[in-house]
Design a protein around this ligand. Structure first.
Ligand SMILES: [Zn+2]
Length: 88
């Protein structure tokens, strides 16, 4: 028998890349692109410009709850430390 290590419950964004569905990229908090939406961010949840060669590493921050998630996997990596912070 494998002895499983207890690990934190992983959260995922639903359908991170399937933009053909109405429930595209649904956050566990219920946020969606057509509600509060998401903002490209760094690994601390600070807004970044998603430009080629820039700092962006395919992370998005939920504008509702501050969860930071990876675009490809939809895996929630953490939360913005002080909530969502905009450059504006
Ligand atoms: Zn959220």
């Amino acid at each position: 028998m494998l002895s499983l290590q207890p690990k934190p419950r992983a959260e995922h964004i639903t359908n991170p890349q399937d933009d053909t569905r109405e429930d595209w990229a649904t956050c566990p908090c219920g946020n969606r692109p057509d509600l509060h939406g998401y903002v490209p961010c760094d690994d601390e949840g600070n807004e970044v410009e998603p430009v080629p060669g820039g700092l962006w590493t395919d992370l998005w921050v939920c504008r509702s709850c501050g969860r930071i998630w990876h675009e490809e996997s939809g895996l929630v990596l953490g939360r913005a430390q002080a909530g969502y912070r905009s450059l504006a």
